[in-house]
Design a protein around this ligand. Sequence first.
Ligand code: ADP
Ligand code: MG
Length: 171
Amino acid sequence: MTQKAWLGLGGNIGDVRAALAVALRNLSAHQAIKVTGVSPLYKTPPWGVEDQPWFFNCCAEVVTKLAPEDLLFACQEQERLGKRERIQRWGPRTIDIDILVYESLEQFDPGLTLPHPRMLERAFVLVPLADIAPKLQIHNRTTKKWARESDQKGLEVVDTTNDWWRNTDAA
Ligand code: ADP
Ligand code: MG
């Protein structure tokens, strides 16, 4: 059985655009994951800890045979490959990959909460997610509506194309 899921990716150290592109290409090369859509690339002001570089963010839609925990493991493998260092919560990181939504699943496991508990406060997640899945419902509201009501201050589109991550020149 395959399921749809939506991922949120971001980072703010080094060549983030390249790191995100590599992570997306690696995920799509996984035998049990197909990347079926990627949002434009955004640049966003730091959130939480404000004294750090701007972030790059995007969202991706995947179709997968993996259970949510195994999908998270595959995402964390890409974080490790991208040499993410967990020094400070919400602090600088080369790459962060979260599962935002796993189709029709709600769960409150501390190791994996779905939908992602903090996504509804974050325009840098909601706006790219609404680009690729405007009708997706989260707690009985579409992502489009959540995005419209989020604080989009400082959010900039860096690349409007949906295949920026396939471009090897950028990586
Ligand atoms: P954040 O993503 O909030 O910046 P981290 O990436 O350091 O923070 O995540 C900390 C932990 O959150 C992960 O080790 C993971 O087990 C847990 N977690 C809970 N729900 C999710 C989710 N939906 N997606 C990704 N990680 C999650
Ligand atoms: Mg994370």
